[in-house]
Design a protein around this ligand. Structure first.
Ligand SMILES: Cc1cc2nc3c(=O)[nH]c(=O)nc-3n(C[C@H](O)[C@H](O)[C@H](O)COP(=O)(O)OP(=O)(O)OC[C@H]3O[C@@H](n4cnc5c(N)ncnc54)[C@H](O)[C@@H]3O)c2cc1C
Length: 465
């Protein structure tokens, strides 16, 4: 009897990691990717000494699975923390970048003086944030929107000026639809344990300070890391060390269950691949199409996961052509400011080595629910719009040395209220021997995708044995 074989569909970070963890368990697999490159949304270009990121530029270290994978692949020495000496984040407030007060942790102030002196939140808004210390905790365990949670605990201004641009921004989500339990479950946990979010965040900071986790080089770990050559290094290392059957230009067009056990996958070149187990690491709407006939209930749940499209534009400048003051790591833009972009990152300040000496690399984000109109602009109009924003918000009038636009239509799954229940229902309705994994389900970040791939590989291995 031949050993069991696994088909993994989708060669983004979720599919590549699933292949890696299946391989670690000694199982045989084929990884199928429709496009001409591996990595999905992980895309780095190296242009004239600039390291230009098209999708993610880093990943969080508090969720350890991304860093663990990097170390397993021998990339430990290539990990690159953010340039924390220059860490400062600005929030656009009445059209001007205004510093986020020193000491704001996630959404709560942890230092009294900078918070009181900050012009970002009005005096009444600050008092309202203080009420978090006395408002009773919600204890019914039900999901709610991030907007409801933050407004309930800290007030409307904290939502508008801090939580919406920073926390919904990460998910490209709308705060008044975004599920608290699927995106920031820790907030609810802290509220329940400490009766107040502020007290909870302060307590977890104290316990972290009491037991610091040193990184491999003995220094305090950075909250976000990338690699010396950009995030795509992770993809390159995976591809170099995956020994299974890896196939690009290979869209899976249909999927059938076989009578005995296993599945047949119809590939776009007319051939068929048989597999004992299948991992779908594609966007949810692709999984929905593939499962429409075989598992209609799961397919309906998958089709119900909403997506928005986003994009990034990187622009390089001569340092001498820019104003002396640049806004630290960058500026986040609240939806209420109604701008055609959502945020600006100063990439070459955030990470060392992103731009040659004497130059600066900036990146603007557009699309999603905040600026959907910008997704519809052609390249020329988009460049004009973004340069107009740089002029108006940062006084940057110079001609860029180069620019690159990356569009990601239908790229960001939306974790609306009830998302975790939806995912549980999808999983329960999947046929035996088939799994879905990746960003549409239990976390969108790179470490979340790696963790889901790890868990899926373990489940597949159990099933096959
Ligand atoms: C602009 C942007 C910035 C981001 N920034 C960050 C960040 O800084 N940090 C962070 O942690 N995360 C970030 N994210 C989120 C993160 O990049 C994604 O959630 C993650 O990369 C998704 O990985 P995935 O493998 O689930 O999906 P994908 O990368 O979408 O991979 C799915 C793959 O499936 C393939 N596929 C689709 N249909 C088929 C088919 N029929 N047959 C075969 N293959 C198919 C696709 O071609 C694709 O390669 C960002 C996302 C975007 C868009």
């Amino acid at each position: 009897m031949s050993p069991p074989h696994i088909a993994i569909v989708g060669g983004g970070i979720a599919g590549l990691s699933a292949a890696w963890y299946v391989q670690q368990r000694g199982l045989s697999y084929t990884l199928l990717e429709q496009s001409d490159r591996w990595g999905g949304k992980l895309l780095t270009e190296w242009i004239d000494g600039f390291v230009v990121e098209g999708g993610p530029d880093s990943f969080i270290t508090q969720k350890p699975w991304g860093v663990q994978l990097a170390r397993e692949l021998g990339l430990g020495e290539r990990l690159l923390g953010t340039n924390d000496a220059a860490r400062k984040v600005y929030v656009l407030h009445k059209g001007r970048p205004t510093p986020l007060p020193d000491g704001v942790l996630l959404i709560v102030p942890t230092k009294f003086k900078p918070f009181v002196l900050s012009s970002l939140i009005s005096p009444l808004g600050k008092l309202r944030m203080g009420l978090d210390l006395i408002i009773p905790a919600r204890r019914d365990g039900q999901d709610e929107t991030l907007a409801d949670f933050v407004t309930r605990r800290l007030g409307r201004e904290a939502l508008d000026k801090i939580a919406e641009p920073l926390l919904s921004g990460i998910y490209n989500a709308e705060a008044d639809k975004q599920s608290l339990l699927a995106t920031f479950p820790r907030f609810r946990q802290l509220e329940q344990e400490h009766g107040s979010l502020t007290r909870g965040i302060l307590a977890s900071r104290r316990s972290r300070q009491a037991a610091p986790q040193p990184s491999a080089n003995g220094k305090a770990p950075s909250m976000f890391v990338s690699f010396t050559g950009g995030v795509e290094e992770l993809v390159q290392a995976l591809c170099a060390q995956l020994t299974g059957n890896l196939r690009l230009h290979c869209p899976v067009a249909a999927l059938r269950r076989l009578d005995q056990r296993g599945f047949a996958l119809d590939l776009a070149d007319g051939s068929t691949l048989q597999a004992d187990a299948v991992i779908l690491a594609t966007p949810a709407f692709v999984a929905a199409d593939l499962l429409a006939e075989q598992a209609p209930e799961a397919a309906a749940g998958l089709a119900g996961i909403r997506y928005v499209g986003t994009g990034t534009i990187s622009l390089a400048f001569r340092r001498a052509d820019l104003p002396a003051q640049l806004p630290g790591f960058g500026v986040v833009i609240p939806a209420s400011e109604r701008r055609p972009i959502n945020a600006i990152t100063v990439s070459s300040v955030k990470f060392d080595g992103r731009a040659p000496e004497g130059t600066v690399l900036l990146r603007a984000f557009f699309g999603g629910s905040r600026s959907p109109q910008s997704m519809a602009l052609d390249d020329e109009a988009l460049l004009r719009t973004v340069r107009g924003e740089l002029r108006s918000l940062l006084d940057i009038d110079a001609q860029p040395l180069l620019h690159r636009i990356y569009r990601w239509p239908r790229s960001n799954p939306q974790y609306d209220v009830g998302h975790l229940e939806r995912v549980a229902a999808i999983e329960a309705a999947l046929p035996a021997g088939l799994w879905v994994t990746g960003s549409p389900y239990r976390g969108v970040g790179i470490p979340d995708c790696v963790k889901q791939a790890q868990d899926t590989a373990a489940a597949v291995s159990d099933y096959l044995s």
